[in-house]
Ligand binder design. Structure first.
Ligand SMILES: NC(=O)c1ccc[n+]([C@@H]2O[C@H](COP(=O)([O-])OP(=O)(O)OC[C@H]3O[C@@H](n4cnc5c(N)ncnc54)[C@H](OP(=O)(O)O)[C@@H]3O)[C@@H](O)[C@H]2O)c1
Length: 230
């Protein structure tokens, strides 16, 4: 039996493979119709995970936006939005970030052992802080999430997090959206960092779906035999 959640990696990148621009302003890569698609995907998950840098830089709310989708979840005995999850090696998380303040769902912070006391002190009651190893062991984290009842996990980035899930072969599905413009600045974050990926010229991923959504395109890759089953 597989003791980790069905894990779906989701992100939007530019034509030249960047997740963001350079500088403090958040770059909107996708369009409204695709944001709504992601909202539907979120509504079908038990937890949404992003890296601590994304919490700091994008200040995302990570909630289900559509009231009708929230209502369906509540009618099914679920919280209006999925649990929020992040991971950190240090104490750079602000309890005033929208990750911690928006919505009523549970928040989990997987923290490197050495920073545990400091992160617990800074975050107080804003989140449950879990010792995840040194650094956080992502494979163990997914098993721990499974033990906490998470059966469907949505990983929304950024690059460091996507890289770890992919290289550790922990992803069942990749939903990659391509925006119709270039960032053109190597200082920006690419979709993934360097690594030994299980999908390479000798083992190609299966492209399961291509969908045009206005001016962007969604590429859905099946990364495990669980794709389409869970
Ligand atoms: N286009 C999109 O779909 C999309 C989606 C999400 C994000 N983004 C962009 O991606 C960029 C951020 O990506 P990123 O790669 O720089 O950062 P990230 O993946 O969001 O977060 C990296 C941080 O997460 C923590 N972390 C990651 N792995 C860890 C481990 N194993 N153990 C402990 N802590 C760990 C560390 O936090 P500490 O530094 O706190 O130790 C690390 O610095 C932003 O520019 C954002 O706008 C784009």
């Amino acid at each position: 039996m597989i003791d980790r959640p069905y894990t779906l990696l989701s992100c939007c990148m530019s034509l030249d493979g960047y997740l963001a621009g350079v500088g403090r302003r958040r770059l909107m890569l996708s369009n409204d119709a695709d944001f709504d698609r992601v909202d539907e995907v979120r509504a079908g998950c038990d937890a949404i995970l992003v890296g601590a840098a994304t919490v700091r830089m994008d200040n995302p709310r990570l909630v289900v936006r559509a009231p009708s989708r929230r209502d369906v979840r509540v009618a099914g005995g679920l919280p209006p939005s999925p649990m929020k999850v992040t991971l950190t090696c240090g104490a750079g998380l602000d309890p005033g970030a929208r990750f911690f303040t928006d919505g009523e769902s549970e928040r989990l912070v997987y923290c490197a052992s050495s920073a545990l006391p400091q992160v617990r002190r800074v975050l107080g009651t804003a989140a449950t802080v879990v010792d995840g190893g040194q650094p956080v062991d992502v494979a163990w984290m997914t098993r721990d999430l499974f033990d906490r009842g998470v059966r469907r996990l949505l990983v929304e980035g950024g690059a460091a997090v996507h890289t770890q899930f992919l290289t550790a072969d922990l992803a069942d599905e990749l939903d990659l959206v391509v925006a119709p413009f270039f960032v053109g600045d190597h200082r920006a974050r690419r979709f993934v960092d360097d690594g030994a990926f299980p999908f390479n010229p000798d083992r190609r991923a299966r492209l399961a779906e291509v969908r045009q959504i206005g001016d962007v395109v969604l590429l859905r890759y099946a990364l495990s035999a669980r794709f389409g089953v869970s």
